[in-house]
Design a protein around this ligand. Sequence first.
Ligand code: ATP
Ligand code: MG
Length: 601
Amino acid sequence: MSSSFSLFRTWNVQHLPSTPAAFVRHFIGHFKGWYLAILLLQIAAVVCSILIPWGLGQITRTVSNGLEADRAFEVLRWPLTLFAVLLVCEVLFTRAAAGCHIHVLPLQRRTVTHVVFAYLQQHSHRFISNEFAGALAHRVSEVTLGVNQTLSILLFDLIPLLVTLSLATALLWTASPLLALFMAGWSVVFIAICYLLARRSHPLAQQYSAARSTSTGKVVDAVSNLANIRLFARHAFEHSYLGTFLDKEVTAAYRSLGYMERIRWFQTSCGVVLKLGLLLLALYLWRSHRIDIAAFVMSTSLSLLIISDVGNLSRRFLEFFEATGNIANGVRSLIRPHEVIDQPGAKALQVKRGDIEFRDVGFSYGAGRPIFEHLNIVIPAGQKVGLVGASGSGKSTLLSVLLRLYDVQQGQVLVDGKDVRDVTQHSLHQQIGLIPQEPGLFHRSIRENIHYGRLDASMDEVAEAIHRAGAREFIDSMEHGYESLVGERGVKLSGGQRQRIAIARVLLKNAPILVMDEATSSLDSITERFIQDKLDEIMEDKTVLVVAHRLSTVAHLDRILVFDNGRVVEDGSHEQLLRQGGHYARLWSRQFSDALDEAVL
Ligand code: ATP
Ligand code: MG
């Protein structure tokens, strides 16, 4: 319990085993004591249940030895007591094992989810952007379930069954080696065939499950596009479209369920062989005086007990393969090495001045064309810099490499003279406030989303940030005010409202370096002006980078960098760039005349 509790606080998991078996072992390690207790209790329960037929045999022997009816209880006192003790103990051990399981199951689930999620959080921006959020979340829950299922099947089905068969064989050996050999031979053949059949049925079960998730996915997609279906009047089309996937599901179901039914036929037939075989063999041995009546009763009741235990062995194997398959899938897609990692012994960055330098930076996202080559930019502490340029010219990418969302392939990015690769990512992100191009909000209340900037901020500070971000008015007009939920990724807010929440959140964070990527692009110019004034106040003592298409947003800043294809083609203040009469000046006069046209209209 204590180990899992400390895990609760571990958010920075760097290493996890990357093979399914090692992965499960790793998590067993967190609750070793509990699993050992379950195993021992299960074995004890199995021993009791196997000894019950033996006890029955002893009672039968006493009865068949000419027991007088009125002395029955006196003579049978000890065998009966033993029998009763075995029955009670079997129940007690089984329930105790189940009790331990109930205790450890939720803790194990919590631990796996925590640890895998913590590992996932350390994955690079590239990894997260390449995967579907839903698919990653699904993998986390599959892995969690997989670990629990694997351990449950091992502890409650497969290991007890092996113990049962071994003990039954040993007990029968005491009566007659022939009976034991029959039992052992039957067990080996039965388990081997069940295993093979389950292996063969596994792909069929997987196809069935894939067909199920595809048709569920289609329903989800259609439901989320109900408005489109209605507006294009495509109800009938959607019905037949969904129909093809449902038909495939039915075919896959017939194949998988049909195969499972054939396996069940095999299992029940094997059961008949065991019951009849052991009965006939025991009868034969008894008739030829090679075993006594006690051994006869024991072997026939053992066969009944075993049949009830092995009844669903193939199903268990199949579930086992499914669970380990889920773990393997999850481990393969989640437990890949982290791409951007802190150097061993990396120190926390404490920004004192706030200067930024891109020194001879070369960067490309993949094998394609590089975005930056030999890029050099020096931004002194406290400077306010606007980044402008055509769409796709690399402005957002520059911010991403500053935040070390990606590592540069050449050169260095320095903050306060320190390479961003030599400090912890955590501290780097604490020192830089970013308002991104598309601010993502949590599906939580507005207050919670803003508090995210600084968790220990007081309500007054939150209110102040909201005021500065120009968000008070629309928040006050909402039904639940600060406590209103914003919808998934903030869909219940307009683009401009989302931006203002994102601005308030970063204002509350109050980091020494502020980076804005089209932070006010969705706002009307009056609201933008209002926020701009407030932002100017808080920019006072900070180094600031502002990406904007609307040049009026950056015109008043200390310096403007004009980007073109990953290169800085112009660099200077608004007045200097206008005087240069280059790219910026042309852009300015075009936007200025457009604005004038709008005003006239
Ligand atoms: P905009 O003004 O439209 O926001 P930008 O100047 O911010 O444009 P970037 O987002 O930096 O442009 O993109 C620069 C180039 O890098 C573009 O060609 C873009 O297609 C590419 N790019 C951006 N993000 C990725 C990514 N995650 N993976 C691969 N290529 C990317
Ligand atoms: Mg951009």
